[in-house]
Unconditional design. Structure first.
Lengths: 126, 432
């Protein structure tokens, strides 16, 4: 705590993370890595296994952002910038998933088996 | 305000702030630091969007073709992936620690942290090199270079170009004696009966004959030689209708040699496309009949017809007996036992899935894998350059509590690289 008081006295340019926070975050991240590997050994069913892995990944990423990247102590505006990027990214993924069932089946061109001709009237030119 | 600015400007010129790296066009060290920090956060936001394109591709493919991911992820080694995750997390810790050291004016600590971060980054790329080189070696590659030599279960696959290292998939033809010396089907566990998958026997190729058709457009000797060399690399398998053993009929001599359930990719006719799509491919359909040569171009075929010696003829009776014995191996003598060496269990069936041929379009997994880990790897490489630069500056003692922006910004960049790997690891390596 003496360190902490000293940090504030010095009028730092930015928040100084305590060693304790850094080490605790690092250890937690390594333990979560072990946990996520261990979780795949247990069969919960494909979807739940995926959900567990993703939840652990999100927790890990949050820890990195909050403590390693100091976002918890940083300006609110930096959080706004970062979170809006995450929102945009999740929009991309979400919208892609929303209509992905409307796509044609994967069609990799093979000259020996060309796809069937389109059904319907020939488009009128001009 | 103007006066205030001017005053600050004078202060800068006099080096009042203690760091010669605080630029004139900023009010003070705080202003410079904050501007840089805002800039790096904008850059990180852009990085998130940049990578999100690849994540969209991943999600789309995984939703549509989960069978590809379930099959192909077994090519990736979790041990490598987990080690790399740990290495990156540790380097993230030292990067954050480096920032703290710079803020506290601990030059030695700063140098040590940067060196450890650099070593971790190099370790990461070293492990990545091991992974990539194995995949290059086995042709487990992206796009049209996807032509795997082995399945995830390390079963040998017959490839399009047949250029696999150490593979037995080339029939070594002795042109002097007109006989094959060795062949790809030399020895393998082979299903004795297509209707009884899992009843397997060790089968050795007894005979390989070559059927030579008239060479109509033979021009020069040299040209034929060239063609022979070329044709040896081009393998296509032709598989006619299944030949089922009839009950009670002795077929010692010409017992059809059922190929393993895993049919080579080059033999699309062998397996039902729909079954391959769902990863359940591979009812054995035929004895070994391999056709060599680009016959379409040359108007000629060399057909190598390999037949296998089965241990004993299978009869409907013996197969029934096997089934009723329920996996036990103590078949009585004289009951037409076919000496099965292995009867498949459910576990075997599960293993068999990773021994089989890739489902259709499996190359897309590798395309996604290489695109995502490759782009990430480039970021790691760039991080190495940046941290090397930071190392040189920190040795020169440039960084002080007044001026440590570059350390902080590089650390932030390094953390985002770490975060991306935190997601890539479960998405690519830990598919269940």
């Amino acid at each position: 705590m003496a360190d902490h008081a000293h940090d504030h006295d010095d009028h730092e340019l930015a928040h100084v993370a305590t060693l304790k926070t850094l080490l605790a975050t690092g250890t937690t991240l390594l333990l979560l890595t072990l946990l996520t590997v261990a979780a795949t050994k247990v069969d919960f069913g494909t979807n739940i296994n995926l959900a567990v892995a993703l939840v652990i990944a999100v927790v890990k990423a949050t820890l990195v952002v909050l403590f390693f990247m100091h976002l918890r102590y940083d300006r609110l505006f930096h959080s706004v910038v970062f979170v809006s990027a995450l929102l945009a990214a999740s929009l991309f993924v979400g919208f892609t998933l929303m209509d992905s069932s409307q796509y044609q089946d994967t069609n990799i061109w093979n000259p020996s088996t060309p796809p069937a001709a389109p059904v319907g009237p020939r488009p009128v030119n001009g | 305000m103007t006066t205030a600015h001017e005053e600050h400007g004078v202060e800068h010129d006099l080096g009042h702030h203690g760091s010669p790296f605080v630029q004139h066009h900023y009010d003070d060290a705080q202003h410079q630091f904050d501007s840089g920090k805002f800039g790096i956060w904008l850059f990180l936001a852009q990085e998130v969007l940049f990578f999100s394109a690849l994540f969209v591709q991943y999600v789309l493919y995984r939703v549509h073709h989960s069978e590809i991911f379930n099959y192909a992820h077994k090519w990736l080694d979790v041990k490598f992936g987990a080690t790399n995750t740990a290495v990156l997390i540790f380097s993230s810790l030292t990067a954050a620690w480096a920032v703290r050291c710079a803020q506290r004016n601990q030059r030695r600590g700063l140098i040590a942290c940067i060196v450890i971060t650099l070593l971790c980054a190099c370790t990461f790329l070293g492990i990545k090199y091991l992974e990539y080189s194995h995949k290059v070696h086995e042709h487990i590659l992206f796009g049209r270079y996807f032509d795997p030599c082995i399945s995830p279960g390390n079963a040998e696959l017959l490839t399009q170009n047949n250029e696999c290292p150490g593979t037995k998939s080339t029939i070594d033809w002795d042109y002097g004696s007109e006989k094959a010396k060795t062949g790809c089907f030399e020895e393998s566990k082979i299903d004795v009966d297509p209707n009884q998958p899992g009843v397997q026997a060790d089968c050795a190729v007894a005979e390989i004959t070559r059927e030579k058709k008239t060479i109509e457009d033979q021009k020069t000797h040299k040209e034929v030689e060239t063609w022979v060399e070329k044709s040896r690399r081009v393998i296509a398998a032709r598989c006619p209708e299944p030949h089922l053993p009839e009950a009670g009929v002795a077929e010692h001599e010409q017992f059809p040699c059922w190929r393993p359930a895993y049919q080579p990719v080059v033999c699309p006719d062998l397996t039902d496309a729909e079954a391959r799509r769902h990863g359940t491919a591979g009812r054995p359909q035929d004895g070994i009949l391999v056709e060599y040569g680009d016959s379409a171009e040359r108007g000629e075929d060399i057909v190598i017809d390999a037949t296998c010696k089965a241990p004993a003829p299978a009869t409907a009776q013996s197969i029934e007996l096997l089934a009723s014995n329920n996996g036990e191996h103590d078949l009585k003598e004289g009951q037409g036992a076919i000496h099965p060496i292995h009867i498949a269990t459910e576990e075997d069936e599960f293993e068999r899935a990773s021994l089989g041929p890739p489902p259709e379009h499996t190359g897309m997994f590798l395309t996604i894998y290489f695109a995502m880990t490759g782009l990430h790897g480039i970021h790691v490489l760039f991080g190495i350059f940046v941290f090397t630069w930071l190392l040189m500056r920190s040795i020169k003692g440039h960084f002080t509590p007044e001026y440590f922006g570059p350390v902080d910004y590089a650390a932030l960049y390094w953390h985002i690289v770490d975060i991306i790997w935190i997601f890539l690891f479960p998405l690519l390596y830990l598919i269940h």
